[in-house]
Write a protein that binds this ligand. Sequence first.
Ligand code: GUN
Length: 312
Amino acid sequence: MPESRSSMAPDTSHRARIIDGRATAARVRAEVARQVAVLAGRHGVTPGLAVILVGADPASKIYVRNKGKQTREAGMRSFETLLPASVAQAELLDNIARLNADTAVHGILVQLPLPRQIDELAIIDALAPHKDVDGFSMINTGLLAARSSGMVPCTPLGCLLLLKEYVGALSGQRALVVGRSNLVGKPMMQLLLREHCTVTVAHSRTRDLAEECRRADILIAAIGKPGLIKGDWIRPGATVIDVGINRISVPSPDGPREKLAGDVDFDTAVHVAGAITPVPGGVGPMTIACLLKNTVIAACAQNHIDPGSLSG
Ligand code: GUN
């Protein structure tokens, strides 16, 4: 009987190419900064991004701080609205209406998740669609599914840019998206379909996830379970994009410490995949870079400027 895959020893002499999200994100941000300078110099327009943070979740606070810093570094205006966790839905809606009407604000992002008393979908749909730089509103979701215009959610867009850089031609490739969230899994599926991939979406009820993974030339893991996807689930030579950012506790001589872990078991996957994103340093940096890119696109649209005219 042939030896089963799971009992085969991995070829530890093989090491996948490491997909350097930090380097790609830095290039995207540099291009954004260049476009911002052209927008200001030629058109007198400075793109503005407003972020609303409700409550004081430590991870959300770090994201929001980084967004503000990178927005300013790219030469754009950054606006922050901080609201208490107890905020009423009506007050949050008032803030969105104010930012929708502010012509200095071209993009608005409401940091998710929101506290329980808030209807998240109602908040997202209150954003003016042309300022919805997250691309989560009903209009932008529909545009992504049925047209090629509209705002594309930042994390899946970042994954796509990495795939284009490291894989190249995506047409006809078998892609598996693990996770069906509105933030990542579903828009990722749409983007890969648009690139002519054969796309499967797996989720918590998928029957044999390991077998689904083994068929994929491109594997996108976005399910939020640390180390779920093992090396022997991966097709040799496949490209693995790990969207998971999970905080786990690991032992250390000074007691347990927190570290970030992806949804893929990197230490085994790196000996099987052709290319793989690390966590941290893979997809994470691409999200904010794509947010800045979307803000420039929004500022162009609101000022009737062709974004293509900003290219170097
Ligand atoms: N929380 C985690 N990721 C995201 C994101 O991409 N956008 C928003 N608005 N909130 C998030």
